[in-house]
Design a protein around this ligand. Structure first.
Ligand code: GDP
Length: 457
């Protein structure tokens, strides 16, 4: 299956200092040897590898010089994929990269599919599945906290935990099997109790991982957030204050923020994906109406709503109308423009018992809002410093399955079911955990996971 040699451009296409072509497979070294001419060391084939060699990429047919490059070879099995790998550092323009890749392909490689390098790393045992999946999370992390979690997973923190749980289950299995072979009553009684206790501990551990998964998801995927409020209450100003840069258009004319803008703001490590929209006000203005209808649609989709009120206006009928649309969501009520002296904050506070008072204009009160957001979305529970946090929903589902089967073990023991039947549930729990690290997954799932990756990774 892995007989062929694959190649791809591993860096984004565009103008850059360098761009890298990656080749992996049994012919990677021959192919590179045919098109690469080192400047000083003419015998590249006998190079020990793991260092960069300077030279040129030359078309062997017409001797055309394509680019000046640095080439490194990583000899199997000590490479990312576990196969022979060559990386060619070209100049970072579309043409040198494309022409070099064409040469690589015409000399015997084929174009790699998305994620195929990582898939090979997994199939060759260089990484387990949870580690391979974390690569894409490392690439896509939006905050430092998210990066830290993904790096922990890449380094095998989650896998270690899963392997430990699997080892406990294997220990239980051995104990059950010993019982089947030597079914003397008193031995059985003692060890059945031990299996019962171990199962309870495993369930406790798995439950802890499941509980952390919601926070893990939030760190990884972010929180879809909508800023709503009447025109002119300061929604765009608030978004800008959070972004600390003027990206959205701020104006005095009501209803001019017509396009829906999404921006990512880092709030205590959580990527807050804020959507800024036109107000929910009913209006004759057709252009604004489009924005308004889209807003209503968005309300259903988002995780969090920031409801902005204007301290100078107090709580108006229009505000009440908007509130009716959002009251079922997770809401933070914000009273903006508290810098205005003659205000009606009291009127608003009599309606809502908890509001965040701020001035988007002066940047006052933003820290309180940020704390409120982290409290609300994480429930104040998470400390990502020392915990293994499950960030992937596929892993969470596998954990739930493993928990279910382990619970079945306990139920079976309580009902006095014979040991050989209990062992089936133990095996099922072991397999469910193996779905996370990839010891028990089908080819379909593997294909699906790696298709999500980018080309060249
Ligand atoms: P939007 O229509 O809700 O997006 O409101 P904008 O952000 O466009 O703001 C409308 C007007 O209110 C602008 O003139 C802002 O400068 C002003 N504004 C926004 N926030 C504050 C604030 O905290 N204090 C004061 N005094 N004015 C503000």
């Amino acid at each position: 299956m892995l007989e062929d040699t694959i190649a791809a451009i591993a860096t984004p296409l565009g103008e850059a200092g360098i761009g890298i072509i990656r080749i992996s497979g049994p012919h990677a070294l021959d192919i590179a040897g045919r098109i690469f001419k080192p400047k000083y060391n003419t015998n590249w084939a006998s190079e020990p590898g793991f260092r960069m060699v300077y030279g040129q990429i030359i078309n062997p047919k017409n001797k055309e010089v394509i680019d000046e490059v640095l080439v490194s070879k990583m000899i199997k099995p000590k490479s990312f994929t576990g196969e022979d790998v060559v990386e060619i550092n070209c100049h970072g323009g579309i043409l040198p990269l494309r022409k070099t890749l064409e040469l690589v392909v015409s000399n015997g490689a084929r174009l790699a599919e998305p994620g195929e390098f990582s898939k090979r790393a997994f199939l060759n045992g260089r990484l387990d599945l949870a580690q391979a999946e974390s690569i894409i999370d490392v690439i896509r992390s939006q905050t430092e906290a998210g990066l830290k979690l993904s790096m922990g997973q890449l380094q095998g923190k989650l896998s270690k935990k899963i392997n430990e749980l699997q080892d406990h289950l294997l220990g239980m299995l051995a104990q059950i099997e010993a019982n089947i072979d030597f079914p003397e009553d008193d031995i059985e009684e003692a060890s059945i109790m031990e299996i019962h206790n171990k199962s309870r501990e495993i369930i406790k551990e798995i439950s802890r991982l499941i509980e952390g998964a919601e926070s893990g998801r939030i760190y990884r995927e972010g929180v879809q957030t909508l800023i709503v409020g009447r025109p002119n209450v300061g929604k765009s100003s608030l978004l800008n204050a959070l972004l600390k840069e003027d990206r959205a258009i701020v104006t005095d004319i009501p209803g001019t923020t017509r396009d829906i803008i999404e921006e990512i703001v880092n709030i205590g490590g959580i990527p807050l994906k804020i959507i800024d929209t036109a107000g929910l006000r009913e209006t004759e203005d057709i252009v604004e109406k489009i924005g308004v209808d889209r807003t209503k649609e968005l309300i259903n989709k988002v995780d969090l709503v920031l409801f902005v009120l204007d301290a100078a206006d107090g709580y108006t009928q229009e505000d009440e109308k908007i509130f009716k649309e959002i009251q079922k969501k997770k809401i933070i009520v914000i009273v903006n423009k508290i810098d205005i002296k003659d205000n009606k904050i009291k009127e608003i506070e009599s309606k809502f018992n908890k509001v965040i008072e701020l001035s988007a204009l002066l940047g006052e009160g933003l820290d309180i809002l940020e704390n409120k957001i982290t409290d609300l979305v994480l429930g104040g529970k998470v400390n990502i410093k020392d915990e293994v946090l499950v960030t992937n929903m596929r892993h969470k589902q596998a954990l739930e399955k493993a928990k279910h089967y382990t619970q079945e073990v306990i139920d079976a023991i309580n009902k006095g079911v014979p040991p050989d039947l209990i062992s089936i549930d133990v095996k099922n729990a072991w397999e469910a955990l193996g779905e996370i690290t990839g010891t028990s997954v089908g080819e379909d799932l593997i294909d699906r996971i790696f298709k999500d990756f980018c080309i060249g990774k």
